[in-house]
Design a protein around this ligand. Structure first.
Ligand code: FES
Length: 154
């Protein structure tokens, strides 16, 4: 039986993993986001200092890619696909239902920090439309009536 707690990964560990390579900035930011679920200001400042890269340059990268979030996210990220195939199959109704059941708007996080709700453009599995991804899990052919049960599982 395991008793030791998993060691928390720090920004320093992530930079070290890439050998401090400035060309690996996107991968470093991806790892930081994976660890914290968003890009905290303190982490970006730390990267800037440790890698001697201007903070403005790091913010340029972080704000250029939609996959990065500078806002704190909840434990579970819900991504409702609004690409063409999903739109045609009722993605807007799914988003409405999510907003109603979670009592938040798209782009917001629930007060208990359990869920963040976002809209994305195509999750790459259009034949399964409409699709919602929650914490990395794809929920295909989702109907709004299934939303409460799915959310309960998280
Ligand atoms: S449009 Fe939704 S997965 Fe492609």
């Amino acid at each position: 039986m395991k008793t030791a707690k998993a060691k928390k990964i720090t920004v320093k560990d992530i930079i070290k993993k890439y050998g401090g390579d400035k060309t690996a900035m996107i991968a470093i930011l991806q790892d930081v986001q994976e660890e914290f679920r968003y890009l905290p200001k303190a982490a970006l400042s730390s990267i800037s200092k440790q890698m001697e890269v201007p903070l403005t340059r790091i913010y340029e990268i972080a704000t250029f890619y939609n996959a990065f979030s500078l806002k704190q996210r909840g434990k579970n990220l819900i991504e409702v696909c609004a690409g063409t195939a999903c739109h045609v199959q009722g993605a807007a109704r799914l988003m409405d239902r999510m907003e109603r059941d979670l009592a938040i708007k798209c782009g917001e996080t629930t007060k208990d920090k359990m869920f963040s709700l976002e809209e994305v453009r195509c999750l790459g599995c259009c034949s399964l439309a409409p699709v919602v991804r929650i914490s990395g899990n794809i929920h295909p052919n989702l109907t709004q009536d299934e939303v409460p049960k799915i959310l309960k599982n998280y």
